[in-house]
Design a protein around this ligand. Sequence first.
Ligand SMILES: CCC(=O)SCCNC(=O)CCNC(=O)[C@H](O)C(C)(C)COP(=O)(O)OP(=O)(O)OC[C@H]1O[C@@H](n2cnc3c(N)ncnc32)[C@H](O)[C@@H]1OP(=O)(O)O
Length: 217
Amino acid sequence: MMLDLRRITIELSKWNEGKAIVLRGKGNMFCAGSDLAAVQFLVSPKEGGNVCMYMQNTLYAFQCLPMVSLAYIEGKAMGGGAELVTACDLRLMHESAEIRFVQRRLGLIPGWGGTTRLKRLIGRQRAMRLLMSGLGVRGEEALRMGLVDGVGCEPHVWLDTVVGGLDSYVIKTIKSAVNQTDFKTDQQSLQREIELIYKVWGGPANRQAIDAIKRKE
Ligand SMILES: CCC(=O)SCCNC(=O)CCNC(=O)[C@H](O)C(C)(C)COP(=O)(O)OP(=O)(O)OC[C@H]1O[C@@H](n2cnc3c(N)ncnc32)[C@H](O)[C@@H]1OP(=O)(O)O
């Protein structure tokens, strides 16, 4: 998934006529985050940090795409999947869908840019609550807190009400204008997120969680 997302992002960055893309999962899953089978083998902070840096770079490039990106969340967006949601420009949810920052369960923090983006999106207090508790957020609550823009809407119809009739160059320029205000502060924050990942990845809570996953297998 990580490699595919990077490849597709590079391809899309060259599509200047594009107005919008819809990111959606398969079946009852938007995205379950990092592959836990692989995470078990990333034992050192450096290895974990490198994967997070890779995903930060991919999601930064994704956010800079010239067209509007819409996350359409059906089913679950867990861990890194929830971080991916925050990297999209707009978000819609199915009534039964759930967004959940489960990184704490692994003794980790979101390291794909999720702490930075979530706080910007819903504010400090709500971000703290979701990151600390690891509780899932569904439809109306997600809408109320500004985590999503709509619930139960058909994505293409809804998207048409937002960007329909807009010129692709105007869309690109609106994105550049909004992004540049965020990115000035985000750069430092993203760098700090990686430094903090180094402190938890491979630490006691993380090792304990990974050992528990291994015992289940
Ligand atoms: C480091 C940054 C991060 O992304 S940390 C977060 C990593 N992700 C997670 O902790 C999510 C772990 N998965 C879950 O909590 C559940 O599987 C969720 C996503 C809620 C789905 O539950 P449910 O619908 O009951 O399905 P299930 O558990 O039977 O899973 C179906 C099969 O998929 C697999 N799966 C699921 N998530 C992952 C994952 N992240 N990495 C690797 N495999 C995953 C399950 O193991 C299961 O596989 P199998 O059918 O038993 O072979």
